[in-house]
Each structure stands twice: as structure tokens, then as C-alpha cells.
Design a protein around this ligand. Structure first.
Ligand SMILES: Nc1ncnc2c1ncn2[C@@H]1O[C@H](COP(=O)(O)OP(=O)(O)OP(=O)(O)O)[C@@H](O)[C@H]1O
Ligand SMILES: [Mg+2]
Length: 229
């Protein structure tokens, strides 16, 4: 008997190629990468430095355009969105933890998180995340007064506070001590268990244990795609 398995495709990369040109030389960042990610998956992306991991996330988040290929979110080509649809995609559907955090320097920890929140997200919710991530005492500090790990945790809370459908996290535990790394990964797991889809760039074995799928890039090519059963 054949079992009909239904998949709810959330994100589809189709033949994505991105090349950078410097001084007349072409550097391939991604070469014909095709990946289909279903709703609720927890995918880790690994690969050597320069293999295209951040480029893949930036393309998924609609931050840079591929040279060739398309990205579909629930079957809609994100690069054909009009301005307000694109805004909606980036604000409501995607939470992004950037490798370089991108906190606003003149806003405090609390304000950096609140700036992405609608009126419905009360201060209490932000404070509860700050408490979980040991940031409550630093609530009113500015990014320049924080350690790298503290900035990273602030950026992480900002990415998940609105419960997006898709979390794109670029080495979010890269600068954290083991305890904070575990806390952040357990919040990521909670986010995934409540229905969120995760694409996480990480080299850390502890982070990989939460994943349902491991993807490996090398020199811009997808070299392995392994589902964990
Ligand atoms: N804005 C840019 N201009 C020129 N080249 C770029 C640019 N961004 C990325 N690249 C190049 O594209 C390739 C892929 O970069 P990417 O940042 O995606 O790698 P990565 O896998 O995230 O690396 P890392 O592990 O060091 O963060 C690299 O060779 C990089 O030098
Ligand atoms: Mg990177």
C-alpha cells in the first residue's frame, strides 16, 4: 500500500547562483543551489568559511538578489513581491539573527527589541526573554556597552520576539559560553516545537543535535543534504 505523505513546502531555493566580482575576478558564492524546506523543519547549514552559508541566508531573507534562480515562500516568488509584500515578508514572516548582529547603536537593549514589535507585544514579554537570556540587568544599556555575546543574545531575542514563521540564524551561538549557548538553543528548539521553521548556520555539535536535517555547502555548492530520522 502506498502512503500519501503531505508536505507543506515553506521555502524553496531553485537553482540559486550568486557570484561576486572583485577587480575583474569572479568569486562564486553560490552555484546552482536547490533546496526545498518544509514547514516545521529544523535545518542546520555547515561548511568551511566562504562556502556561501551567509549568502544563502541573505538570499532567503530577501536581503540580496541571486544572479540566477528563484526563492519561493509558500510557492510565491519572493523576488516578485511588491514593496509592501516584501516589507511584510521581512517584518512578519522572517526573523533574522545576523552574523554581525546589526543592532541599532543609539537604542538600548530593550529598545532594540521593542523596535520590531507591534503594539501587541507588551514590555513584559520582552522582559521575560531578557530574564531567560540573563540580559535583564543590561536592559537599558547601549550596544557599545555590551560584550559580543550579550549583543548576540539581544539580536536573537529581537529575531524571535514576534514569533515569525521562519527563523534565519547565522551562527547565533558563535560567541556564547556553554551555558548561554544551551539557553539560546533551547529557545530555538521551543520556537521550532511551537511550529516555527529554523535554518541555522552553525558549526557547533550541540546545536546540530536539535536539528532534523543537516545541509553542507562547499565552495558555494550543496554537497550534502541529510535528514535525521
Ligand atoms: N559583498 C561581497 N562582496 C564580494 N564578495 C563577497 C561578498 N559577500 C560574500 N562574498 C564572498 O562570497 C563567498 C561566500 O561568502 P559567505 O559570507 O556567504 O560565506 P560563509 O560561508 O558565510 O563564510 P563564514 O563561515 O566565514 O561566515 C566568499 O568567498 C566571500 O568572500
Ligand atoms: Mg557567514
Amino acid at each position: 500500500m502506498l502512503l500519501a505523505i503531505e508536505y507543506d513546502v515553506m521555502l524553496q531555493f531553485e537553482g540559486i547562483t550568486k557570484r561576486y566580482k572583485k577587480a575583474g575576478i569572479i568569486y562564486p558564492a553560490l552555484e546552482e543551489v536547490s533546496i526545498r524546506i518544509d514547514k516545521g523543519e529544523f535545518v542546520t547549514v555547515t561548511g568551511p568559511s566562504g562556502s556561501g552559508k551567509s549568502t544563502l541566508l541573505n538570499i532567503a531573507g530577501g536581503l540580496i538578489n541571486p544572479d540566477f534562480g528563484n526563492v519561493y515562500f509558500h510557492e510565491q516568488n519572493i523576488y516578485l513581491f511588491n514593496n509592501s509584500e516584501f516589507d511584510d515578508y521581512r517584518k512578519r514572516h522572517v526573523g533574522y539573527v545576523f552574523q554581525q548582529f546589526h543592532l541599532i547603536p543609539y537604542l538600548t537593549v530593550f529598545e532594540n527589541i521593542r523596535m520590531v514589535c507591534s503594539g501587541l507585544t507588551v514590555a513584559q514579554q520582552i522582559d521575560s526573554y531578557l530574564e531567560k537570556c540573563s540580559l535583564q540587568p543590561l536592559r537599558n544599556k547601549y550596544p557599545s556597552e555590551l560584550s559580543v555575546g550579550e549583543k548576540q543574545r539581544t539580536a536573537f531575542i529581537r529575531a524571535i520576539i514576534n514569533h515569525p514563521d521562519l527563523l534565519l540564524a547565522d551562527e547565533p551561538t558563535g560567541n556564547l559560553d556553554p551555558l548561554n549557548s544551551r539557553i539560546l538553543m533551547s529557545l530555538t528548539k521551543e520556537f521550532n516545537q511551537s511550529g516555527g521553521t529554523v535554518i541555522l548556520v552553525s558549526h557547533d555539535q550541540d546545536s546540530k543535535q536539535f536539528a532534523s536535517r543537516h545541509i553542507t555547502l562547499d565552495s558555494g555548492r550543496l554537497i550534502s543534504d541529510q535528514k535525521i530520522t
